[in-house]
Design a protein. Structure first.
Length: 600
């Protein structure tokens, strides 16, 4: 989804989840951080989430709620009572709110997330909708609190970017069939503009139509309707359609989703529009695009410098990488259920911590290994996708250098093996006993081949008497006898037969034969890694007419092709709702997946 939206900040409304419903794919999104505002009491209701791409923007403060009366995680202090350097600010002061509702009640439904960047304060909201008269007081009280918070932030000198589902139709240009609706409700156009919530909104934005005198404290507008500024007279620019009437195909809807900004950053935006071609909801996305270089206090600065902490970027160049220390207390990644969780990628690409031991390490030479009894080793295997995406990083090289430590149990003394039992009843064999009996049969410890043996070149057999069974039975110390620490390949029961054995000291830089002589060929992990990448490389996707990667889709229409996958242009459909040629919208590229060999 994030790749399709091509955004660095994604604000979602009406998530309709509780904390217990959060899952790994919602919180542990690779390369992204997320902040939630969830309902405190109602189940499956309301909810706001803001995702930020860690490589492009990192907030310096984060809060939940519009009034500041909620508390940060694991603290009993309200956001508004934190030290001044930890506050976003702009909280409603006593007497500013006209509603009689308690502030804690206004923020109990999970309707607001506020992030502060050095550039501006981002407010993501989901405003209460008009349902019935029982919700009128709450709706008006919440919008009043939002209006006060925005104006207070602007008065502090901070820039504000407000976006989300406001559930308010600003003017007659923003809804379909208004004349018929007013006729049915016996209302005039002035009555339409005089409804309390619409009046609040039009007093907040520049160019809003206000009937009569402005309210006290709202004498001046403070925000710009960015999308309308780029399309001042465009009709039918709707963002919501009624699904019960299937009103979307005919574009019979309303514009109730907005992106608004204060005057200080209005010139930073180079584009804003709706994406009516993206389906999946009764709403469509609204976006605004910031320029890479903006003017701040009369000085041209790179946007990355002021969308991150001061020590992270300079002149658009990264000074340090994003780290877990940059997580804010309200980040969902710090929720106990997800904190310090390791993803499947970390298991393969992060360096394991060196083992700590108070005992001195045993000395290892070219022919001898010493390990604790019962030691085991596991060899992880990565998925093809992970290999292809990260096969050039140093972490992959580290994780590919896996050595197995073979441990031979001590031999059972003959007298102990032949000792008679005190009972005629058959004795139950333990796991250790069965292991010793298996070792005694093979005569060479656990019949297990190490990973190294699959990569080392086979040493040519220089023993001219190999065919002679008498000469083949070498004793320890003779040429060709396996040294201590060597392991015979599975199925080979000849004790004296020479075998290929990895040596821990020489792994992976060089391989040594028994006796310490160099084999002449160095094992190259890079060469092995490239071989695996060719075999398990990520499948490439074709390009569309725009020269961009296609997206893969599945046919759902009933027929002989139902269930078949195909590639098509990833751009949204244009206003016509059809594929277009030579435009910025979706082109006519169509390729069956079965006809495309992406590895050629």
């Amino acid at each position: 989804m994030f790749d399709k939206l091509e955004a660095d900040i994604v604000v979602m409304q009406e998530t309709k989840i509780q904390r217990k419903d959060l899952q790994d794919d919602m919180v542990l999104v690779h390369g992204w951080d997320v902040y939630f505002s969830l309902p405190k009491h109602k189940k499956g209701y309301s909810g706001v989430a803001i995702y930020t791409r860690s490589s492009k923007c990192c907030p310096i403060r984060a809060e939940e709620g519009v009034t500041g009366v909620l508390c940060p995680p694991n603290l009993s202090v309200k956001f508004r009572d934190l030290p001044s350097d930890q506050q976003i600010g702009g909280y409603p002061r006593p007497g500013q709110l006209s509603s009689t509702l308690d502030e804690l009640t206004l923020d109990s439904e999970g309707r607001c997330v506020i992030l502060e960047f050095p550039a501006f304060v981002l407010i993501g909201v989901y405003t209460p909708a008009t349902r019935d008269e029982t919700r009128t007081e709450f709706r008006e009280g919440w919008i009043d609190a939002l209006d006060v918070r925005v104006r207070n932030l602007v008065a502090m000198g901070k820039q504000v970017f407000l976006c989300g589902d406001l559930n308010i139709i600003r003017s007659e240009l923003d809804t379909a069939g208004l004349a018929e609706q007013l006729r049915k409700e016996i209302m005039t156009l002035d009555d339409f503009y005089s409804t309390p919530t619409r009046r609040f909104f039009n007093q907040l934005v520049f160019g809003g139509r206000v009937i009569g005198e402005r309210d006290d404290g709202r004498e001046e507008p403070v925000l710009w309707d960015i999308c309308r500024e780029f399309h001042p007279s465009r009709p039918g620019m709707y963002t919501c359609w009624e699904t019960r009437k299937n009103a979307r195909p005919g574009n019979f809807g309303s514009r109730i989703d907005y992106v608004l900004c204060s005057s200080g950053i209005k010139d930073w935006f180079i584009d804003s529009n709706i994406q009516e071609g993206l389906l999946g909801s009764d709403h469509c996305p609204v976006y605004a695009t910031l320029d890479d270089t903006v003017s701040r206090d009369g000085v041209k600065v790179n946007l990355l410098d002021i969308m991150n902490p001061a020590d992270m970027f300079k002149d658009g160049q990264r000074l340090r990488a994003w780290a877990t220390k940059d997580l804010l207390p309200t980040s969902a990644k710090l929720i106990p259920e997800f904190d310090k969780r390791r993803s499947i990628r970390d298991m393969f690409f992060k360096k394991p911590a060196p083992p700590k031991s108070d005992l001195p390490m045993p000395k290892v030479n070219a022919n001898e290994t010493s390990t604790p009894t019962g030691a085991t080793s596991s060899i992880p295997s990565a998925s093809p996708t992970d290999r292809s995406e990260s096969n050039t990083g140093p972490e992959m090289q580290t994780s590919s250098r896996v050595s197995t430590i073979s441990n031979s149990p001590p031999a059972v003394p003959k007298r102990q093996a032949e000792a008679p039992t005190t009972s005629n009843r058959p004795q139950k064999k333990t796991k250790a006993t069965r292991s010793r009996e298996s070792s005694a049969k093979t005569g060479s410890g656990p019949a297990q081949r190490s990973l190294m043996g699959f990569f080392k070149p086979k040493t040519p057999d220089t023993n001219p008497n190999k065919g002679d069974d008498t000469n083949n039975k070498a004793t320890p110390g003779q040429s060709g006898a396996p040294s201590e620490g060597q392991v015979a390949p599975q199925g080979e029961k000849e004790v004296g037969e020479p075998v290929e054995t990895p040596n821990l000291k020489s792994w992976p830089g060089e391989n040594l034969k028994a006796g310490g002589e160099s084999s002449g060929k160095v094992f190259d992990p890079i060469e092995s890694k490239e071989s695996w990448s060719k075999l398990l490389g990520k499948r490439r996707v074709p390009k569309c007419e725009h020269g961009e990667d296609c997206q893969i889709q599945t046919t759902k229409k009933a027929g002989i092709n139902c269930g078949r996958s195909f590639f098509s242009c990833s751009r949204p459909l244009g206003p016509t709702g059809r594929k277009e040629e030579g435009t910025e919208f979706r082109c006519g590229t169509f390729i069956w997946s079965s006809d495309w060999n992406g590895r050629q």
